[in-house]
Design a protein around this ligand. Structure first.
Ligand SMILES: O=C(O)CCC(=O)C(=O)O
Ligand SMILES: [Fe+2]
Length: 359
């Protein structure tokens, strides 16, 4: 199936300054190259402001009759929410978490056998966004697009492979269905229906969608307050569905509050609005700025399902959401074009495709 994402990165290699992953377990002090200051990230210390410190992204029960409106409201105010009763079996969440844990527990030399090539997309390595920062992040990742078999072969003996590949396949299938359901629920809350978005008809078996799985590991860190697991970014997706293990670390940003930690809730999933959904909604839904902090006593795992349209589909603001006397907030872009812009301009990518509207 999806090779398009891979092609984008082949054409736009990201030259990472730190190509070799350290063995985190051997570091008892935080090296300077991992010590972040506000100079390295202006939003580093944007602390929660006390009056709103108890606010958090909503936890929404998908079986609730008002789920669509609750999701719509969360997309507008936070660009993120958690979901319960999402239909993904707990054993599958445990299975993908077990696989992720086993992968990152392998000796670093073994993981490097499946290292992501400089022009590649899948495999083991540092966060792709590392090239935009001077400091290194306290994390390691593994990206899967299409079948993971070739990469998994480099990591594990034959007898594990079928089981692990089945888990990935089943997980992606469930996530695809869930992502589509969430997209339509949130659009319903804006009065947008299938007729309004020709390319995304719900009956088209999702053959307009493609995805990647990003496995993340944040090892125990000797000085978590000075370290950064994954620096602040928005996702370039329509939607991202995230499973985190029982260690907190994910934080989302609100202009009026600052950084807010998303507490792990067993069996629930976190959903992020990505940049493409922000564009599609003509700016009504926020693409959430988020990051991951690290921990002194517990390692953290997360699995992000990155979901977007096939590469030839033009994403543009739904006409219904543009005021009759106004212009759409953004020009239309394909996912490929957007990823290229992001690979050059990173967190300024959205502003690069904004229409100049001076009224
Ligand atoms: O680990 C997390 O909670 C965040 C991961 C993430 O933002 C990503 O992979 O894009
Ligand atoms: Fe992310």
């Amino acid at each position: 199936m999806p090779t398009m994402l891979t092609d984008v990165f082949r054409g736009h290699p990201i030259h990472l300054p730190h190509s070799h992953q350290p063995d985190f377990t051997s570091l008892s002090e935080l090296p300077d190259s991992y010590s972040w200051t506000p100079k390295d990230d202006p939003l580093l210390d944007a602390a929660p402001s006390p009056p709103a410190a108890n606010e958090n992204i909503p936890l929404i029960d998908l079986n609730h009759t008002d789920a669509a409106n609750q999701i719509g409201s969360a997309c507008r105010t936070w660009g993120a929410f958690q979901i319960a009763n999402h239909g993904v079996p707990l054993e599958l969440l445990q299975g993908i978490e077990f696989l992720t844990g086993s992968l990152f527990q392998l000796p670093v030399q073994r993981k490097l056998k499946a290292a992501r090539a400089e022009t590649g997309f899948s495999g083991y390595g540092v966060a792709r966004i590392s090239s935009f920062f001077n400091k290194q992040m306290w994390s390691e990742g593994f990206t899967i697009t299409g079948s993971p078999l070739n990469d998994f072969r480099k990591l594990w003996p034959q007898h594990h492979l079928n089981n692990y590949c089945d888990i990935v396949e089943e997980y992606e299938e469930q996530m695809q269905k869930l992502a589509s359901k969430l997209m339509w629920l949130s659009l319903t809350s804006l009065g947008v229906s299938e007729e309004d978005i020709k390319w995304a008809s719900a009956n088209s078996d999702l053959n307009w969608a493609q995805s990647a799985l990003q496995l993340n590991h944040y090892p125990v860190c000797p000085e978590p307050d000075r370290a950064m697991g994954l620096a602040a970014h928005t996702d370039s997706t329509l939607l991202t569905i995230l499973h985190q293990n029982n260690t907190a670390g994910l934080q989302v940003f609100r202009d009026d509050i600052g950084w807010v930690t998303v507490p792990p809730v067993q069996g629930s999933l976190v959903v992020n609005v990505g940049d493409l959904f922000h564009i599609l909604s003509n700016g009504l839904f926020k693409s959430v700025l988020h990051r991951a902090r690290v921990n002194q006593t517990r390692s953290r795992l997360s699995v992000a399902f990155l979901w977007g349209p096939q590469s030839d589909i033009k994403i543009s603001p739904v006409p219904k959401l543009v005021s009759p006397v106004g212009s759409p907030l953004y020009r239309s872009v394909t996912w490929t074009e957007y990823l290229k812009t992001k690979a050059t301009h990173f967190n300024k990518a959205l502003s690069m495709i904004k229409n100049d509207i001076d009224e």
